[in-house]
Design a protein around this ligand. Sequence first.
Ligand SMILES: [Zn+2]
Length: 65
Amino acid sequence: MAEQDCYACGKAPLTKNEVGLCKKLLGRQCKFLFCLDCLAEQLDVTVEYLEEKVEEFKDQGCALF
Ligand SMILES: [Zn+2]
């Protein structure tokens, strides 16, 4: 599987936000990346919550976004 596929549903390519969010929330060493839908399911949160997080991290000037 290519590095930037969703591990759960296979969606590809993942957006920069999706990749950045996975690294931020799952750890940079995490081998598995998820799309927003699947990441929300993994973490038991809503997609809206994740989108807010993306904005938060952007505001903090996080280099991953
Ligand atoms: Zn997915």
